[in-house]
Design a protein around this ligand. Sequence first.
Ligand code: CP
Length: 312
Amino acid sequence: MAPNPFYDRDIVSIKDFGKDELEFVFDATDRVSRLKPAERSELGKGRTLGYIFYEPSTRTRMSFEAAMASLGGSSIGIADLKSSSVEKGESLADTIRVIDLYSDVIVLRHPLDGSSRFAGELSQNPIINAGSGSEEHPTQALLDMYTILKEKGRLDDLSIAIVGDLKYGRTVYSLLYGLANYKTNIHLVSPPSLAIRKESLYEVHNKLRIKEHSDLDDVLPEADLIYVTRIQRERFPDIQEYEKVRGSYTINEKTLARAKPDVAIMHPLPRVDEISQSIDHTKNAIYFKQASYGKELRAALLALMLNENLPG
Ligand code: CP
C-alpha cells in the first residue's frame, strides 16, 4: 500500500494535494466507513481535536466533532468567541499556540485569507483549514468530490454547473482546484458582479475546461450536476450591492423539469432561498446526503492525519 500522505500534515489548500492524494483520501473514506465500530474507535483513541471558529458554522464544526467521536477521540474548542479570550484581545497567533498545547489536531475557521497557512506555521500539530475568508474550504471540496464520486460514479466526463456567488464563495475555489485534476466540463453561472475571481485561478486555469454564463438556462439541458451556492451577504462591502443580486437564482420544480432527469443538485449549505424546499424530497436533491458524507470524509481524514497506517 502507498505511504499515507496525510499523516501529520496540514490541510490548508486543495492545491497542496495531487490527484493520487485526493484519491487516497476517497479510498480511505470507503475503508473507514466499512470498519466495525470497535475497530474505528481505535483510530482516535486518546487523541484530542481542538477547534476555534471565528465565523459561524453548523456542519463543519459538528461533523468534525462527530467524526472525532466515532474514532474514539474527543473534541475541545471555541465556537463562540465571546466566551473566549479573543474577546479580551488575544491574537490569532497566541490563541493557536495555546490550542496547540491541548490538542493533537486543530480545526480553524477564520475570516481572513491566509489565516490557516499562518496558523500552520505556528503550530506543532497539524492544522485543518475549515474556511479561510473567501479563499478556500478544502475539506468541503474533499467531501463534495467524494459525494460526486459516490453519486455519479466518476469525476471525469461530467458537465458540472456551479451557480451563484462565485466571487466570495470559498467552497467554489477549493472545488475548482480539486476538479482541475479531472477532465470535466465546468459551467460557471453567476450575475456578472459575482463572477469568478480570475486571479485566484491562475495556477489551475490551464487544466480547467470552463465556460462562463449568467443564465442558468444556457447549461440546464446538459448539466449532470448543479452545485448551488449561497450569495454570501456577510462578505459584501456594501449591503446595497447584495440587495441587487439576492435571489438571482432559485432551483425549484420548474428548473428540474428543464434539466436531465438524473441531474444531481448539490449545495455546501447553509441555503437561504437559492434552492426551494419543494424539491427536497426529489431524488435529484442530494445536499443532505452530501452533508452526511462530510462526517465520513472528515473521519477518514482525521484518521489519516493521526495514524501512519490504517487497518484494512
Ligand atoms: N458547508 C459549511 O461549511 O457549512 P457550515 O458553515 O455550517 O460549517
